[in-house]
Write a protein of this length. Structure first.
Length: 242
């Protein structure tokens, strides 16, 4: 059955990439999380989507220009009543000790080539013995290859927003076990072809009912969605089929 990954946590109802969003996704029954990481000035791996703080937090400027203790002062729940600190990856991995979720860590290093990001993330994943529950993805495919070379036991998956011919061939060439394509670029034939060739397919971002129905009917490996509650409700219709 198609797995449901909560995109930046349960971001349809909670501030994205916060512990509240992750905890709510787990409580809702999601199979996994998708989250994004950047590096602070002093090398801490933090969970935030944008290179800059401005959109999702009360802070301003680039994450890379501020130390972790300054980053933690900002509110990542910019529009909500409760204060939410920007999580460190350590905080998320420690919490994952209490559940069985899979976590897709997206390395946000396609615009800023954070030095040592792959090593830092892999070191933490190994420290918490979570190698079998982590997928490393990135739009920076050089980073995907480096991650595989550093830790062949951790699954990798290239992200892409264009239509690639036979993407499973490309994935296999860089030793990736999955692909994370933009939903609009992925056809039924590509999904079926990839899965038949042993490559997992996890499209992003799947929020419309019709798209969920389509992907469930195809037995797509996973969907990445802002609304795991809706995704679970629709998936139940397919779980009841003989």
């Amino acid at each position: 059955m198609t797995q449901i990954f909560a995109h930046r946590g349960y971001s349809a109802a909670f501030a994205e990439n916060t512990m509240s969003a992750f905890i709510a996704a787990e409580k809702a029954g999601a199979n996994g999380l998708e989250l994004d990481v950047q590096l602070t000035k002093d090398g801490e791996v933090v969970v935030i989507h944008d290179e800059k703080l401005d959109r999702t937090t009360t802070g301003k400027g680039y994450v890379k220009n501020l130390p972790f203790n300054e980053i933690r002062k900002f509110n990542a729940n910019k529009k909500g009543a409760n204060k939410e600190p920007i999580p460190s990856l350590i905080e998320v991995l420690e919490w994952m000790q209490t559940n069985q979720l899979v976590c897709n860590i997206e390395l946000k290093n396609n615009l800023i080539p954070y030095e040592g990001m792959e090593e830092k993330v892999i070191q933490l994943v190994r420290k918490y013995n979570l190698s079998n529950r982590i997928i490393i993805s990135s739009f920076n495919h050089y980073s995907i290859v480096l991650s595989y070379r550093l830790a062949p036991e951790i699954e990798t998956a290239p992200l892409f927003d264009e239509r690639i011919y036979m993407p499973w061939v490309y994935a296999q060439s860089i030793r990736a076990q999955g692909i994370h394509p933009k939903l609009a670029t992925i056809t039924d034939d590509i999904i079926i072809g990839a899965i038949e060739n042993g490559v997992a397919v996890r499209p992003y971002t799947v929020n419309k009912d019709a798209d969920m129905h389509r992907l469930y009917k195809l037995n797509c490996t996973s969907i990445i969605t802002d609304d795991p509650v809706k995704a679970l409700k629709i998936r139940k219709q397919y779980e009841k089929r003989p």
